[in-house]
Write a protein that binds this ligand. Structure first.
Ligand code: MBD
Ligand code: FE
Length: 309
């Protein structure tokens, strides 16, 4: 058997030069990471005997993925965003941080700067046809103390699975708000029940998923950032119970503890009291934040976000 091409001096020295080893300038950690990533790619090409035509189709794929602005969509689809969560979970366990509402991925569809209000908000612009949802709860810290003045930054899709800003047919900041908790740490909002999300059917993310025999669906969900001074920022979501994709999420974001009961209210008096004429949904969900801890990596993630014009 011939020696693997990867073990030859020629390829080893090629990789060293690619990563800038031996050059004085640059970033040493980045050099090591690039060396590892390119080495692993070389290995993959060799192990699978990847042919040039296959290789260039992968290059064209990545080009399309960027052009379609779907890199942030494929990342959770490949489990990478969940893996980052699992690493944060592990780091917190090692630092002795326990309890608290489970985190789950942010996803690619957050928009910074949603309107901020105190105690309560209405998220929908009144044009949505979906079932009305009233959601409320309390923000507490791990020892049960209510957290007043916490900011609950909430965003979710409409009944077609579309998010405002990314779906230009919706009003600015539709289904996106920031709510500051009241003196008892409580928040509440009125909105509509979202539908699940599906990757753009003709986009590059779905194209790869299809070739893996996978779908690109997420169960209906509502996203949250919950932050308060002195506390670790929480990034999480709740899932709408009963969704067919609840435990079959292409983005791997469903976790125990994040599937609250959805109560259907059909009592005419309650419907009337809310100024409605049809049954509505109610969800109560409390968020438990952990105290800031110096020995654990921070949870405020630096990430490019869309800003509504
Ligand atoms: C979403 O709404 C979402 O939350 C994720 C993670 C990926 C795609 C669409
Ligand atoms: Fe989402």
């Amino acid at each position: 058997m011939t020696e693997s091409l990867l073990n030859t001096q020629e390829v080893k020295s090629l990789l060293d030069k690619v990563a800038g080893f031996g050059q004085v300038g640059g970033d040493e950690r980045l050099k090591r990471i690039v060396h590892r990533v390119v080495s692993d790619l070389f290995r993959t090409v060799e192990e699978f005997d990847v042919q040039p035509g296959e290789f260039w189709s992968a290059v064209a794929y990545l080009t399309r993925l960027g052009q379609a602005n779907e890199v942030g969509l494929l990342v959770p689809g490949l489990g990478l965003e969940t893996f980052l969560d699992l690493r944060l979970d592990e780091a917190e366990r090692k630092a002795g941080i326990e309890g608290g509402t489970p985190r789950t991925i942010e996803g690619p569809l957050y928009v910074a700067g949603a309107p901020l209000s105190k105690g309560e908000a209405r998220l929908d612009d009144g044009n949505e046809q979906g079932e009305v949802l009233f959601m409320d709860g309390q923000v507490r810290d791990a020892d049960g103390t209510p957290v007043a003045g916490a900011v609950v930054d909430v965003w979710h899709a409409n009944t077609l699975g579309g998010y405002s800003f990314f779906d230009p047919s919706q009003e600015k900041f539709n289904l996106r708000r920031r709510i500051e908790t009241d003196a008892e740490g409580r928040y509440r909002f009125r909105s509509i029940l979202p539908a699940g999300y599906g990757c753009p059917p003709d986009g590059p993310t779905q194209a790869l998923l299809t070739r893996l025999g996978r779908h690109g669906r997420r169960p209906a969900h509502i996203h949250f950032f919950v932050s308060a001074p002195g506390h670790r920022k929480l990034t999480t979501q709740i899932n709408i119970d009963g969704d067919a994709y609840l435990h079959d999420d292409f983005a791997f974001a469903t976790r125990d503890g994040l599937i609250p009961a959805v109560h259907r209210v059909d009592d005419p008096a309650e419907i009337h009291a809310r100024g409605l004429n049809a049954p509505f949904a109610r969800i109560t969900f409390d968020f438990v934040l952990n105290r800031e801890a110096g020995n654990a990596p921070g949870t405020v993630v630096q990430r490019a976000h869309a800003e509504a014009a």
